[in-house]
Design a protein around this ligand. Structure first.
Ligand code: PLP
Length: 388
């Protein structure tokens, strides 16, 4: 019997990948499945981005790059943040990594160990809880409630801080709820954190450009008082429809950048070179593909919100960001996991149970509207028929 490390018994997973595999298996058997489960844009990466990667390969960029990323890419990230958020960021603080998840993994590895506590949103991206547990730290869930439109309450969060708290994870716009934390709540949190200059904050802002109804993104980097505590997680996966390229970045406090670069060298050395050239083209090239995609998501968001509320047993608040709706299904009398399984197996619609995002997700289902309006309409009709 092989003796694996204890941490492996504690690591979880992201069930979106399991649902995707099951949906694919059913399709292979000839079943018609509409996938509202997976969290990736149903758009292709823009042509000029693809071309930049092809050109890089043809130009001979086949070797290692600096561990933190190509200097020109780190400068492009810094310029993009300046342009979008009006914030000056030293390119030396940017660590380019293979996907947004890697910043998360490194941040938790850096602060998580037995005896430490890490606060994270629940329901929230499942990998937060999984890697906190893996690290040996105690995961401290911060419940996100429908009555707050799934935004965190600063008061709730501050009340969970103890002398053992090392890291707080926040995510807005949020997966799986589509919730967006209002700036006033972030202001309150930042005021409360004045008493805790030794706690780090991981701000997952990967959906920061997917906001609706004229909302503006409130980045945690925008608060000079906590600047040396914030690790900002962002990347190309969602904004530029580049999930399969594996490209993301973190903006790190000055005191941590050298340490996290060592983690990168120990782990992956660097991101593959052509993808980094694609990343430069994405940030510096035309942005119309982003606008077109977000406008399409917005139209679907309105449709999904309206249509879900017409289905008996389901109610749904209007999502404010990202590309997810998080309907309340408690009126159906079925628990979230059973409904997910039955919708997939019996109605041919892939969704994700709210409980896949933590225990506070019971009574909800995540619907990704990264699919065509036509498919979404058909899927919602199938759900309605199933429930009837
Ligand atoms: N953070 C959140 C909230 C996400 O939803 C995701 C992907 O679904 C990620 C991070 C990871 O993104 P990437 O695919 O770039 O690793």
């Amino acid at each position: 019997m092989l003796k694996t490390a204890a941490g492996l018994e504690r690591i979880g997973t992201e069930s979106a990948f399991e649902v995707l595999a099951r949906a694919k298996a059913l399709e292979d058997q000839g079943r018609s499945i509409i996938n509202l489960g997976i969290g990736q844009p149903d758009f292709q990466t823009a042509e000029h981005i693809v071309e930049a990667a092809v050109k890089a390969l043809r130009d001979g960029h086949h070797g290692y790059t600096p561990a933190g990323g190509l200097p020109v890419l780190r400068r492009a990230v810094s310029a993009d943040i300046e342009k979008r958020l009006g914030l000056a960021v030293d390119p030396d603080r940017v660590l380019v990594v293979p996907g947004g998840k890697v910043t998360m993994f490194f941040a938790v590895l850096m602060f998580g160990e037995p005896g430490a506590e890490i606060i994270y949103p629940n329901p929230g991206f499942p990998i937060y809880e999984s890697i906190i547990a893996f690290s040996g730290a105690t995961p401290v869930p911060l419940p996100l409630k429908e009555e707050n439109a799934f935004a965190f309450s600063a008061e709730d969060l501050l009340s969970r801080i103890t002398p053992r708290t090392r890291l707080i994870i926040l995510n807005s716009p949020a997966n799986p709820t589509g919730g967006v934390t209002p700036k006033e709540e972030v202001d309150k949190l930042v005021a409360g954190l004045a008493a805790h200059p030794d706690i780090a904050l991981l701000s997952d802002e990967i959906y920061g450009q997917m906001l609706y109804d004229g909302r503006r993104h409130a980045s945690l980097l925008d608060y000079p008082q906590i600047r040396e505590q914030v690790i900002l997680l962002d990347g190309w996966s969602k904004t530029y429809a580049m999930t399969g390229w594996r490209l993301g970045y973190g903006i790190w406090p000055a005191a941590l950048i050298e340490k996290v670069t060592r983690l990168a060298i120990n782990c992956h050395s660097c991101v593959n070179a052509p993808t980094q050239f694609a990343g430069i083209a994405a940030l510096e090239g035309p942005q119309d593909a982003v606008g077109t995609m977000v406008a399409a998501f917005d139209e679907r968001r309105r449709f999904v919100h309206k249509t879900l509320n017409e289905i008996p047993g389901i109610s749904c608040i209007e999502p404010a960001g990202a590309f997810y709706a998080f309907p309340n299904i408690s009126g159906t009398g079925v628990d979230a996991k059973s409904l997910e399984v039955r919708l997939l197996e019996e109605a041919g619609v892939a969704t994700i149970a709210g409980t896949s995002f933590g225990k506070h997700g019971e009574g909800y289902l995540r619907i990704s509207y990264a699919n065509s309006l036509e498919n979404i309409a058909e899927a919602l009709q199938r759900i309605r028929n199933f429930l009837a």
